[in-house]
Structures are given as C-alpha cells and as structure tokens.
Design a protein around this ligand. Structure first.
Ligand SMILES: [Zn+2]
Length: 193
C-alpha cells in the first residue's frame, strides 16, 4: 500500500511562494528556489504542528548517508529518508524543515513554520536544516553553503526566523556526531553576513 503524494503544502498556501526581500541578515536581496514536497513526491505527514513564534535557533544536521549531486539522485534519497523517518523512527514526517543537496538545490522537508523532529527538546523553537551526505570527512560544497545562507536570509525576511537567531550544530544540543566534523567546522561561515 502506498500513500498518495500530497496535493500541496498548506503552509505554502498560507504564506505564498518563497521570494526573499532585502533582509537585515545578509543585506542584499536574495532568492532561493525550493523544490516542493509535491515535486519530490513526499507522502503526506501523519500530523503537523505549527511553530508558535518565529524560530529562535537554526540547527544544522547532516543526513549521514551517501551524498547526492543532482536532483534525480537527491529526490530518490529524500524518499528513502522520509520512509525511514516515518516507519523505522515513527516520526510524523521527514524530520527536518529543509534539506540541501550537494549541487545546492534546497528541498522542502516539513517546511516553514512547522515543528520538526530533529533535535530533542529544541524542535519547538528551531528550524532544522540538513546537508545531504556525510560530513565526517567530506567537505560541504560551496553551492550548498551558499544556498543555506540564502535560505536563512529568506527565513528572516519572511518572518519565520528571528533576526537575532543563533545557529548551532546538532552536536551542540545532544550526544551526537551530527553534522560531522567538516560541516561543524564550516558553521561560522553560515553565521556571518
Ligand atoms: Zn542531526
């Protein structure tokens, strides 16, 4: 039995398409294209809860599975991550709010303003973003880093993220190696403007 793909994300319907304006974080107007759940064939979440306020915190993860370099490869990976999160881990949906592939393409996970399942005790105040791949040894690509920066700028300008947000790696909040040493070392680049 398969669950049919969603016909659309209600969050996106509420907030409209993603276009960032000039933001306090980052200065210049930036846009970032996001591959929607519908486009990658996500199944509908079992349930969904809205964040009460703009997120205070950004938590960076890696998916700790093989990297993907193009949309076809990444979309297959997304389906399998969502399946594992919903069946083996019994989450309501893929755990992260957004994911980014090696080519810099951003994929909608739970999306904006939705409580994730990615960092125990911090899900209700944070935005969870996962780099697809394992960054224990691999370096995050320039494209992925720059896309995540633009995603954060966009989040602030749309009011989903407090302009004074803090950005941490998953390991700062719990017993995990996530997001891998190489990505963890690159996090200061995401904090700067
Ligand atoms: Zn993590």
């Amino acid at each position: 039995m398969t669950t049919p793909p969603e016909t659309g994300s209600f969050i996106r319907q509420l907030h409209g398409p993603l276009h960032s304006k000039a933001s306090e974080y980052g200065g210049m107007a930036q846009t970032v294209t996001i591959v929607s759940r519908q486009q990658w064939g996500a199944v509908a979440p079992k349930s969904r809860a809205a964040l009460k306020d703009p997120a205070q915190k950004v938590v960076i993860h890696h998916t700790a599975n093989p990297s993907c370099k193009d949309q076809k490869e990444c979309m297959n990976r997304l389906l399998s991550i969502q399946r594992v999160h919903m069946t083996e881990r019994e989450f309501d949906d893929i755990g992260y709010n957004f994911l980014v592939g090696g080519d810099g393409t951003v994929y909608e996970g739970r999306g904006w303003g939705v409580v994730g399942a990615h960092a125990k005790r911090h899900n209700h105040e944070s935005l969870g973003i996962a780099f697809m791949g394992n960054f224990k040894v691999d370096m995050p690509s320039t494209e992925a880093m720059s896309s995540v920066k633009r995603l954060l700028q966009s989040a602030v300008s749309q009011g989903f993220l407090n302009p004074k947000f803090t950005l941490v790696g998953h390991r700062d909040l719990g017993q995990t190696e996530c997001p891998g040493g190489q990505l963890y070392a690159a996090l200061p680049q995401l904090r700067g403007t």
